[in-house]
Design a protein around this ligand. Structure first.
Ligand code: BGC
Length: 754
């Protein structure tokens, strides 16, 4: 039985029974003692000094205590939850009460306080829309607010470590976990996920950026070897981590399951020691993913600081007895053990959680619903609106709503990030019975929310299982909304197609009535064989706890459609760097490699631009209910920095939000060399404008977005020359271009603070 099966079978059995206690268990936090006796508890000292002082006071056993974690749920018959852990939680690390060092209570993940498997009890929490949806807002302020909200729920639930901050790039559109991440571009992903982590950590708790790194597909995730060159990884996946870390200073980093160039991520000296700790100067701790540790000395010497959920997931408790043996044999130094403990404590001190212990408190769910709704509605992307079908208007008309359980709720993604919904599951019995299932619909009904907003309109719902009945209802209606869903989750990848004959359903409906709007709830991109026939397409992703309301507000025009794609929608699988996904879900332990040298750093739209492929929908695309003009583009270098300014004008008749995007490219790419693709996203800004209003936007381009990796100099180099600055509404929709001469520049490898 493999780890995944273990997890599936046992969590489903055990979590349901115990999870209710999550809301009622009090956390045993050590009391903060007088700083004179325990100077490391003095919050006026900096985190480094405090960690140094505390480690000096620690016994060897205490050092070993803080570097080893336990799973927070039972996994019968192999593992019984340690009683101190919050039931149903992701993890637990013992504290050192003698020194006032708190226990670590760990919870997943990016959309809220998650629990896995079993039936809901008292573990319902607010769920944000998926990471992909939040990224589709292109609004870092919303990502921050969402992070602050889920971090507050984590704190009020007794958790002081949130395993949130997934920033793996969409290298593989079929990756089942893309919904947890921040899209395909390093700048956009870094800004959005960085803002979320900052929001979480504003609650004085730890957030964990993950999964470091190149963890880009679920098939074979425990074994696959990601092959990629240094320049390519630094200019893509690592750059996303780098940008996010610069903005958020995460207190922890989670190393991934997979291998990178032959070494597991949690024992990868290049990634952990060289890039993260040396180049980027990361001072906090590296925790392993659950089941990602394969050695003691090798892992620890490569930079792993804490083993997560060891007894439950890893083959051995590598960072416990075997590490003591390795120390005795001289394979690991005492200095390194001290450094590991020190890093864990530094993360805790830096977070503020030591002087502000977490405690279980009431949560203001009504206030939090507004936060998740604001996020969801700005993430909804209007992909197509040819016949002006949207926004829907009130009046004596008939609207058909078909499929997707739109009468009762909205879909969410499965796996460890699954939040159980307030009000219970809207749909029972769909998807796998065990982890990463079940398939969970949050009880926020788009149908009810539409009815409330369209008085006088006759709105009929039909579930869509019977194509002929759906077509009949469509034919008798003025406008048809088909709700199509695609469930993605952890531990499996997804073909880019809709399941359960939903394509055929859409075909049947649109044949009966051309005024058909398709409303999608998907983890990421899908193929749309019916695209040319339908009148409008709306991508709502997994929209979270208030998703039904958010969808209805966009469909009725109560708010503008202002989401933009953070990911390219391919027209076919042939367009991808790997038309066939590597690995075989039937042999999860068989080692294999994935060749990321094919695209290198040309991820997503960069690959499409490089190859000249026409995507179904381009990165950055999304329509509004109004129209915008982008004017007076100026690009200049000010004090060595490339500054771009322009005006955005609302040329339509209603208030709306634009997302002007700036792309950069060398004028003569051959002369400059080293660019992975024709253009890179270099800046964006979401702006709201009343009809006729104009606003001026100024952006300073991060110089690394003009640079290439210089292996010899071990840093970034901007080549002198002319660069083209392109302003547009997407990576393919260009409004204006400007040329600018840029001087040569060298940039350090380390993190640059904004
Ligand atoms: C996932 C992590 C998660 C951890 C704890 C792992 O399977 O990859 O993202 O944080 O489990 O639940």
């Amino acid at each position: 039985m493999n780890r995944q099966t273990w997890r599936g079978l046992t969590l489903a059995l055990m979590l349901g029974a115990s999870a209710g206690a999550l809301a009622t268990t009090a956390c045993a936090q050590p009391p903060a003692s007088a700083p004179a006796a325990k100077p490391w508890l003095d919050p006026k000292l900096d985190a480094d000094t405090r960690a140094d002082l505390a480690v000096k006071a620690m016994t060897q056993d205490e050092k070993f205590t803080v570097i080893f974690g336990y799973f927070g749920a039972d996994m019968a018959p192999k593992y019984k939850r340690i009683t101190q852990a919050l039931p149903g939680s992701a993890g637990y690390v013992k504290g050192v009460p003698r020194l006032g060092i708190p226990e670590q209570f760990e919870t997943d993940a990016g959309i809220g306080v998650a629990t896995q498997g079993g039936e809901p009890n008292k573990r319902e929490r607010t769920a944000l829309p998926s990471g992909m949806a939040t990224t589709a807002t292109w609004n870092p302020e919303l990502a921050y607010q969402g992070g602050a909200m889920i971090g507050a729920e984590a704190r009020s639930s007794g958790f002081n470590v949130m395993l949130a901050g997934g920033v793996n790039l969409v290298r593989e559109p079929r990756n089942g976990r893309n919904f947890e991440y921040g899209g395909e571009d390093p700048w956009l992903a870094g800004k959005m996920v960085g803002a979320q982590i900052k929001g979480i950590q504003s609650n004085s708790i730890v957030s964990t950026i993950k999964h470091y790194a190149l963890n880009n597909q679920e098939t074979g995730r425990f074994v696959l070897d990601a092959k990629i060159g240094e320049a390519a990884m630094r200019t893509s996946d690592l750059m996303a981590f780098q940008f996010a870390m610069e903005d958020s200073d995460p207190h922890s980093v989670m190393c991934a399951y997979n291998r990178i160039n032959g070494h597991y991520a949690c024992e990868n000296d290049f990634l952990l020691n060289k890039v993260l700790k040396q180049d980027w100067g990361f001072k906090n701790y590296v925790m392993s993913d659950w089941g990602a540790v394969h050695s003691s000395a090798k892992a620890v010497n490569a930079g792993l600081d804490q083993q997560s959920a060891g007894e439950a997931f890893d083959k051995q408790n590598f960072l416990r007895e075997p590490l003591r043996d390795a120390l005795a044999k001289g394979e690991v130094s005492q200095a390194r053990i001290d450094d590991m403990a020190r890093r864990v404590l530094r993360g805790l001190f830096a977070s503020g959680v030591v002087e502000k212990p977490v405690k279980i408190e009431a949560i203001d769910y009504a206030a939090h619903a507004k936060v998740t709704r604001a996020d969801a509605e700005e993430g909804v992307v209007l992909l197509k609106n040819d016949k002006g079908l949207l926004p829907l208007v009130a009046g004596a008309r008939k609207i058909a709503v078909i499929g997707g359980h739109a009468d009762v709720g909205v879909l969410s993604g499965g796996g460890s990030s699954q939040v159980y919904p307030i009000g219970g599951r809207a749909v029972q019995g769909e998807g796998p019975a065990t982890w990463p299932g079940p398939m969970i619909y949050f009880p926020s009904s788009p149908l009810k929310a539409l009815k409330a907003r369209l008085p006088g309109v006759d709105i009929q719902f039909i579930d869509g299982k019977d194509k002929a009945a759906a077509a009949k209802l469509a034919a008798a209606s003025d406008v048809v909304l088909v709700f199509a869903t695609q469930w993605n989750g952890e531990a499996f990848d997804s073909p880019l197609t809709l399941e359960n004959n939903q394509d055929a359903l859409i075909d049947a409906v649109v044949a009966a009535n051309g005024k058909t709007v398709v409303v999608l709830q998907t983890g990421g991109p899908i193929l749309m064989p019916w695209l040319s026939k339908v009148g409008a397409v709306v991508e709502a992703w997994y929209p979270g706890s208030a998703g039904g309301e958010a969808i209805a507000r966009v469909l009725t025009g109560e708010v503008d459609a202002s989401g933009r794609l953070p990911v390219t929608f391919p027209a076919s699988l042939d367009q991808l760097p790997r038309p066939v996904l590597d690995g075989d879900p039937k042999t999860p332990d068989a080692l294999f490699a994935v060749d990321y040298t094919i695209e290198g750093a040309a991820v997503g739209y960069k690959w499409f631009d490089l190859k000249g492929h026409q995507p179904l929908f381009a990165f950055g695309h999304g329509l509004s209910y109004t129209t915008f003009a982008y004017e007076n583009l100026k690009a200049e270098t000010l004090g060595g920095a490339l500054t771009v300014s322009f005006e955005v004008r609302n040329t339509g008749k209603r208030t709306g939000k634009a997302v002007p995007q700036v792309y950069v490219s060398p004028k003569d790419a051959k002369a400059i060399g080293g660019w992975e693709a024709p253009q890179r996203l270099a800046g964006f800004k979401k702006v709201e404008l009343a009809p006729g209003a104009t606003t001026k936007v100024s952006l300073t381009v991060d110089p690394r977005l003009l640079a290439t990796w210089n292996e010899k100099a071990h840093g970034w180099s901007v080549a002198a020359g002319d660069y083209t600055v392109t302003l547009g509404a997407s990576s393919r929709d260009t409004a204006a271009k400007a040329q600018v001469a840029v001087a040569a520049q060298s940039l350090p490898v380390g993190l640059m603070k904004p």
